[in-house]
Design a protein around this ligand. Structure first.
Ligand SMILES: [Zn+2]
Length: 146
């Protein structure tokens, strides 16, 4: 279902709680994220990723990232290692329309997450722009935004 994107900083600054979840609840969150991100991508400024708390799911930490038509669905993602130095780049956010902030990010990260099929990826490596988008979305789950 296409959800409204939350723009209230007070809500967005509360970390998503990591509670046990059912398969059905997870499927709903993932579908809502994909539907909302797909819808948002059709309109400027576009959409590269979305976190569950941006659409009102505050108890199940999930992010979706879509780059070059490839979806990444990450449940409970945690950055376990950052390396390769850092760089600065401007970022926008659907929750803060018009805002464009220079953010410092790690160039390479390793992430522990569960995918939508329930498979654990204990040590997935991402770099460059993909790593930047993933860090932006994981920040959201921790109550951090641009
Ligand atoms: Zn954002």
């Amino acid at each position: 279902m296409i959800k409204q994107i939350i723009k209230d900083a007070d809500i967005l600054e509360q970390p998503v709680s990591r509670e046990p979840y059912t398969k059905e609840a997870l499927a709903e969150v993932v579908q809502d994220l994909k539907d909302t991100a797909t819808h948002a991508a059709k309109h400027p400024p576009g959409c590269l990723g979305l976190a569950s708390n941006q659409i009102g799911h505050l108890r199940l930490p999930v992010i979706v990232v879509r780059l070059l038509d490839e979806w990444y669905v990450m449940i409970n993602p945690v950055v376990t290692k950052a390396y390769g130095g850092k760089n600065w780049q401007r970022e926008a956010c659907l929750s803060f329309p018009g805002k464009n902030t220079k953010m410092q990010r790690n160039k390479r990260i390793r992430v522990n997450y569960v995918d939508e099929d329930g498979c654990t990826h204990p040590d997935a490596m991402f770099s460059g722009f993909k790593a930047r988008v993933i860090q932006h979305e994981i920040d959201h789950l921790n109550g951090i935004h641009i």
